[in-house]
Every structure is written in C-alpha cells, then in structure tokens.
Design a protein. Sequence first.
Length: 616
Amino acid sequence: MKNLNTFIALLFVGLGFVSCKKGLDYQNTNAINPGNVWTDSVMIKAYINDIYGGSMPGWPIGSGSGSDEGVSGSGVNLSNYLQGILDPASNFTNLGYTYIDKTNYFLDQMATVPTTVLSAGLKAQLTGEAKFWRAWAYWGMVSQIGGVPLILHTQDPTNPASLKVPRSKTSDCVAQILKDLDSAALVLPASFSGNDYGRITSVAAKGLKGRILMWYASPLFNPSNDQARWQAAYAATLDAVNAANAGGYGLLSNYRAIWYSANKEQIMVNQYYYPDHYMNFNGIRPLPFTNGNTNVDQPVLSLLLAYPKRDGSPMQFDRNQLSNTAYNAQFLTDFYTNRDDRFYATIWCGGTVYPTPDVNTLGMTVPRSFSYWDAWTWKAASTPSSIVPMRTAAYQGISPLIQNGDEGGVTGFFERKGLDTTLDRNQLVQVASGAKSWWSPMRYAELLLNYAECANELGKSSEALGVLYQIRQRANISAGAGNNYGVTASSQADLRTAIINERQVELAYEGFRFGDLRRWRRYDILNNQGTRKAMLLMLNKGAALPANTDNIMTATVRANFSAVLLDNVDQNTSANQKYALDLNHWFFALNPAQISQEPDMLPQNKEWGGSFDPLQ
C-alpha cells in the first residue's frame, strides 16, 4: 500500500504534545502513550499497516538457486541441504512471534474500541486483516516444522509461568489457522481500490485457505493419502476460484504485464515504487546493465527445457544427438523461436537486445538495436574444458568459464520476470536501483492450479484439464487439432505430472518450486537430474564473431552457433557438487538454540532425533 509510510509516520505525530516543566518531577507528555493509539482511527490503521510492512512477502530474488530453477554467482553455491548434507544446527526453522504478538495485541485492543472511534464496518475489516496476517505467520512456521506453540492473546510478562507454552499438534494449529481465515473472509470485501489497493481481501483469505488445505492434503502432511483431506482442499480451492471470479479477478491476457501495474490477476500485491519502497533488481541484470550485484538466478537447463513449444509439445533435448549438425540446428531453432510466451517473459537470452534503455554501455546507441552477446567460443584445443566466454565488450573474455568472479555469469541466460525495463544503468547508480514493480505473492493463476491439483487427486480429470487449457491458452499455446493445448495426459498419474510441470513454468522464480517439491515429497525430481546443467550457446569453430546488430533469433545468425551441454555448472568445486537430497527428512528441525531455552515445551521433530510428530 502506497500510504503505508504515511500512516506509520502519523503514529509519531499529532498526539497533542505540550511543553513540559523544568526539573525531574513531571509527566513526560512528549512520550507516546500507547493508550492514545486506540482512540484515534488514523493511528489504529497505522498500527496494522506496520503489520503489513513486516508481513507482506517481497520478490524472492535468489530463490531460484534453492531448487532447480537457477544458479547464482559463478556456481559453487549448491547448498549443503541440496547435497544431502544435513545438520540440525543449520537446517532449522526459528520460531518467530514478532508479528503474531503484534496481531494478538491489536486484536485484544480492538475488542474494546468503541464505534465512536471506528465504525462497526471498519472495525470488522481491520480485525479480519489482522487475523489473516496471524494465520499467514503461523502457517509460515507450521509448513516448515509442523505444530508450534499456539498463542492467541497478549501475554503477561509479569507472569513468567504463562509465557511457557508447549508445541501444539499440527492438526490443532491448522484448525486455528483456518478458523482465522474463515473469520477474515466473512468480513473483508472482495477488492479494494485507491489508496487501499493492496489490502487483504476475502479472496486472499479464501486463497490462502485453499493453499493451506492443499498442502495439508499433500504427501508431506498426508502420507496415507486420506481422501477426506483432498475433498476439503478441493472445496476450499474451488471456493477461492469462484470468489475470485465473482470479485472480477481473472487471468490477465498478457502474461508479461502481470508485474507492471495493478490488474485483475493480483490477489495479493506488494507495490514497489520509488523512493519510499523500491525494488532492487540489480542482481538479475547482466553486469554491463547493473550497479553492483549481478548473476543471480541465472536459468539452468532444467528450467530452460521446462517451457513447452508453441504447439504445447514438450521441448525435446537429446544430449547424445547434439553432435549431429542437423539435430543441433533444429534444436536451437525450436529453443529460441518456438516457445510459449512465458519463456520470453521470464528469461532473457544472450544474443538478443537487453530490454532496458541503456545506450552508453558497450558502445550501444539510440535506437536500442544492439544485442548483448553472452555466449562462448572454443579455445584452440577444441575440448569442452577449453571454452571461454564471448562478451560484447570487444569479446575480451579469456578466463575459464567456471571461475569465481566471472563477470558474465555461467549460463548465458538471465531472469527478466517483473524486471523494471525503464531504468538504465546510470539511473541505477543515481537512485540505488529504484525500480517499480507489482509483486504478487498470490495471483489468480495459482488459485487455478491449486484447484486443478485437488480436482485431479479426486479423479475429477476434466476439471483439472480445463484449468491447464486456460493457463496454456493465456500463454498463446495453440489449441491444436484436439483442442488440448498440447496436454496429452489421460491417467491420474500422468495428469499429476502435467500439473507439476505446469506449476514449474507458470510460477517460475516466484518462490514456489522448492516448497512444491517438498510437499509432494518429490526430491527425487532433483536427485534424478544429478548435477545443475547449462546449455551454452557456442560459436562454431571458424565462424566469424557476430556483429552487435546481429540477433540469435535470426536464422542466418543462429546458423553460426551450436548448443553445447555443460554437464555441471558447479564443476570447479572440489567435490563436483550434485543434487543428493535426503529422502528421510521432509520437515526441518526446530532451532536447537530455541529448544535449549524451554526443552520441555519445545521437543525436537522425530526426523531430527526428537519426540515431536509433525503428522499428528
């Protein structure tokens, strides 16, 4: 909300300050009196806006390297957890009650606020918003470790015994979270406008309820596949979709535009704007177009191949045929020119024009028609270990491909989803990357995919397929002769795989991928990949270097290049890192340091040697 900082500032002014007497024996009326907050509607709203400010998720830049979406830096950063190296001292979740405490205090105080201060309608609305954020905070912990201490009212610090609250069962926590969300959905409007755009709505409350029940029905929490849980999740996700439809939400026709303005796809939204609350996209921009940070979330092969072709068929890749010139040429043609719209909206490809207005970088001039060539050439030895980066800047790249500090990255591809394309590098320096963006932690497409997954688990395949058709139609995938948009799945198992794949593509870089793999208990999808791989755009031996005005999307230019597989972007490490996630640890440990404070109240999870069962 753009008026967030204004309301917070009002919390500290306008309290009727008066001059104070000299000496020590006087009342300091310049100090803020908490009681005054609850007699002023503006300050009450400022209080909950502070909860928004600390609770609303931001762009998850860098999250791609936590699964199989990308690599950050120059490789060498595959986490210990992804390598199967586990330690409760590092693979833990903290219990964090800062905003739960704030919402509890808010709710307790609101119970006594008279209608002369807040109208009954506004009081109910703000109460609903607070309950949503309490549910959000609790689910953030429960989804990681299972049950946590349930605290629903302001605690009394003068009564130490009352502060000792044991872990509740996971089922009890989920029941309370759903109770808060149901309560919120009853009193919140379906949408807001003006300065209130971005406040939590009844649709967001129902959307979160559906998301949580889907998690609770998934193998992580439901290894016995209790169908009653899927039925509850199906009802909740369908209710969320219906509520969204009735509220005027839907798929925005232009996928790329979702993150650039207020629009009907955004169920929740974090508005970034300069100068009060700007976004720093430096990390995902190639070095010549950035200011400081770079090389974050470079797409790896698994994500690059996940996007279907325009006819909906999967992108085929046979590493054994890359040496076949005809196969390689056709692969590159399909790869660059024949993908669905989401590929181009999410990923920037080396050898194309970078979409920002930089004109003084690398000799670029107006109009912006010069490509940035983030590609590779062969050394004289002509072996895969003898490749060097080919850069636009006079092609002065002579360092090995995988090397700490390699300024061009390691894959030749960069994330571009949501990127503020209006700022050039000079503006980044001047305004500290004051980018604008509308980040959506929950959007209509997710609600649809949640509903599709639950429908499929109950055997309602036609409903699930209908969702996939909608999602793919928006991506400009052709319907095809069978009007199935390339979806060939017929069995429940095959349709489950199709939904897994569609979520990977539709929600790429939005912070869903690792959580999805975990709740499905499908770390095998990562482990079966072995290593993080890259597809390198390699200039053919003897071919002339491309001009800055050349573009890889042009057939004659592309003919001078071949696709080369880099089998491990982390090959420069001493251990040659690869995915080897442990298949016996699905919940994280509770922080041992927190357990030591109250060991009787905070037992460790069973997977980590404790007695607490997160499945109860």
